[in-house]
Write a protein that binds this ligand. Structure first.
Ligand SMILES: *Cc1c(COP(=O)(O)O)cnc(C)c1O
Length: 341
């Protein structure tokens, strides 16, 4: 297969439409069989549920080329299950796990020319999503839905090495107690936009959100979970009902325990104890791990000993091991890598 003529290392993270996307419609209580389409436009009622009351959820995962030249995706079954969980919370129909994985497989196969070659650091980002498409004016769930999955090639997240970032403790909340923080709902992002624009204006890269009830515990950022390392090399990740269960974070915990023999604690993390950690990182599909060098908390600066030049040693090891597994350089746990081509 001939690859597209794209400058893979310099494409950044933007929407580049590819030829094919997958679409399936839910009507009269059932999903149709679904198909690939070249049409990247959606026509819907002005009164569609998604437009009026934000009834939509999404996922994000990547396809990439391994060292031995195969195109693979990483743990798509977990994205599928998470979308089922999101759909339930938003009163949307479940898109079955096997059908989700099949849809991803079809989209990647049909757009194989857009999967960046090994060694470029680039990948094919896949965006599955679902939304209420039938008219809704009185507040209630829509009756009809559309599931879609498109993809777009994205460049390496870190150009010229991962530089630690600076984040601030936000005065805004991203999730309400007993709200939707634990599901991948578009609405969680809509209400975080003001907070991130504000943080950027103030010169910070990201927000650290606290638990909305007591504002004493660390939750996550707008789109990535925290991972901390103690001075005696224990890996600590915050536990809370309003954190989005990151697949990257769950994979890193497994890697820490099973590959690196590190002790791992999933527990409540107080903002007060953050200054005692040795390393801090943000984990998510986009970057795998972004190192955090500094946290700003209302006039007080927490500077991690790992500094502003490079990742801390434990986070670097976690990063190298997980990306090694993804690229086929290190043997993967059973079922983690789904080969597409
Ligand atoms: C998607 C997302 C993450 C990262 O999850 P991954 O499965 O690792 O990509 C973290 N936090 C939030 C709020 C998210 O929406």
């Amino acid at each position: 297969m001939e690859k597209k003529n794209i400058d893979w290392s310099n494409i950044g993270f933007g929407y580049i439409p590819t030829e094919k996307r997958y679409v399936s419609n839910f009507k009269n209580g059932a999903w149709d069989e679904g198909c690939l389409t070249e049409d990247n436009k959606i026509v819907m009622s002005e009164c569609a549920g998604v437009l009026q009351y934000a009834q939509t959820c999404f996922e994000g995962l990547k396809a990439y080329t391994t060292e031995d030249g195969h195109i693979v995706v990483f743990r798509p079954d977990l994205n599928a299950q998470r979308m089922v969980d999101s759909a339930k919370r938003l009163e949307m129909p479940e898109f079955p796990v096997e059908r989700f994985v099949e849809a991803i497989t079809e989209v990647v196969k049909a757009n194989a020319a857009y999967v960046p070659p090994y060694g470029t650091g680039a990948s094919l980002y896949i965006r599955p999503y679902m939304f209420g498409i039938s008219p809704v004016i009185g507040v209630k769930p829509a009756e009809e839905y559309q599931f879609r999955a498109f993809c777009t090639p994205v460049g390496p997240y870190f150009k010229g090495g991962a530089k630690p970032i600076t984040i601030k403790v936000s005065d805004f909340d991203r999730a309400a107690p007993n709200g939707t923080g634990h599901v991948k709902a578009g609405l969680n992002y809509a209400m975080s936009l003001h907070a991130i624009v504000t943080a950027h204006e103030e010169g910070f890269d990201e927000n650290m959100y606290l638990d909305p009830k007591t504002r004493t515990k660390v939750e996550e950022t707008g789109g990535a979970n925290f991972i901390f390392v103690t001075k005696d090399n224990k890996v600590v990740t915050p536990k809370s009902d309003s954190i989005l269960p990151s697949i990257t974070r769950r994979s890193l915990i497994y890697v820490a325990k099973e590959y690196l023999g590190l002790e791992v604690e999933e527990r409540e993390v107080l903002l007060e104890e953050v200054k005692d950690f040795a390393e801090c990182g943000l984990c998510g599909t986009a970057a795998v791990i972004s190192p955090v060098g500094k946290i700003y908390n209302h006039g007080e600066e927490i500077c991690f000993p790992s500094g502003m030049e490079k990742m801390g040693p434990v986070i670097q090891k976690l990063y190298d091991t997980l990306t090694g597994i993804q690229m086929g350089k290190i043997e993967a746990p059973e079922g983690w890598i789904k080969r597409i081509l």
